[in-house]
Design a protein around this ligand. Structure first.
Ligand code: AKG
Ligand code: FE2
Length: 308
């Protein structure tokens, strides 16, 4: 009998468990997904926002929205259209990475201290847009398995609603990914017979609701079901605590689909020079960058599996 994958519950912690101790967060907890309660207590400006308040605040905004069933086909829509859809229970759009900077929410939410050491903040590249995003999902939206780009760590804090997350450690990727099409298993559209190793994948599962923050480490594929219409703020970060994992994940992404919008390695190098957190962090960054130079030194055919 092939062994079947193990299901784990995402551990639940309280924001005060690490208070401002970022070293403790990364050393003790951040190697796996976490649900962190109590984040909104530190954000009274936004904690009081309910559905009508959000609707009022975003009225007239253009939001970057994906197809709610597939997380593909992005386009700009009016927030008013999205809220009308929510009221009518139409399932067309899922807003998951519209930058907060383009909304009146920009100054209203501060990520918890343990997530604020983030090289995306104020870098010389156009990375500020990744720091925080609006998430606005109609009920039953489904984001199929994907890895966030650039080996980003991620988080999402809900103001209202409910979402169920399933996350996979990076080493599970070969079980849930089709090398021939370079795509992850899509639970709604793919025949599981094409993914014979799928049931062997270990995963972590957890639900978040108002006031909960889901955190996941660099390079972890994930899928998300919106169980009730939801609104939240999400964010992405890269820093020297997980820079080895970030560069490894980005190299994988690069080998599958190209380098992306900006020179990630140049970005890592410049931030490593500007913002080393500690000698340990500087050493980790050196290891991370060596992964890249070693890879670059390979013949092109082996870098791209012969297809690039
Ligand atoms: O909420 C969703 O549907 C997807 C969220 C997600 O993938 C993310 O925040 O990285
Ligand atoms: Fe994601």
């Amino acid at each position: 009998m092939p062994h079947s994958g193990q299901a784990h519950a995402v551990p639940i912690l309280h924001a005060s468990d690490f208070s401002n101790n970022i070293e403790w967060f990364y050393a003790r907890h951040a190697h796996q997904p976490l649900i962190i309660r109590g984040t909104l207590e530190q954000n009274p400006q936004i904690a009081a926002f309910d559905r009508p308040a959000i609707e009022l605040l975003l009225r007239g905004c253009d939001l970057w929205a994906y197809d709610a069933a597939t997380l593909t086909h992005g386009e700009y829509i009016k927030a008013d259209v999205l809220f009308a859809d929510m009221a009518a229970r139409r399932m067309r759009y899922n807003v998951v990475d519209h930058s907060v900077l383009e909304t009146p929410l920009a100054d209203k939410f501060t990520p918890p201290a343990f997530l604020r050491h983030n090289w995306f903040v104020g870098s010389a590249y156009d990375t500020n847009r990744f720091v925080a995003s609006v998430n606005c999902s109609v009920r039953d939206s489904y984001s199929p398995i994907h890895v966030d780009p650039y080996g980003m760590q991620g988080w999402m804090c809900l103001l209202f609603g409910r979402k169920r997350w399933r996350l996979y450690a990076p080493e599970q990727i070969p079980l849930i990914y089709d090398m021939t099409t370079r795509r992850f298993f899509h639970r709604k559209f793919d025949d599981p017979a094409r993914f014979p190793l799928l049931d062997m994948a270990d995963y972590w599962e957890g639900e978040i609701e108002a006031g909960d923050l889901m955190y996941f480490p660099a390079g972890w594929p994930h899928e998300v079901v919106t169980l009730e219409e939801s609104f939240g703020i999400g964010g992405a970060l890269v820093n020297d605590f997980q820079i080895i994992e970030s560069v490894r994940s980005w190299l994988w992404e690069y080998s599958q689909s190209g380098p992306g919008d900006f020179d990630f390695v140049d970005f890592v190098q410049s931030m490593a020079d500007l913002r080393p957190r500690s000698p340990d962090c500087a050493a980790r960054t050196a290891v991370a960058l060596k992964q890249f130079t070693d890879w670059q030194a390979l013949p092109k055919a082996s870098r791209y599996g012969g297809a690039g």
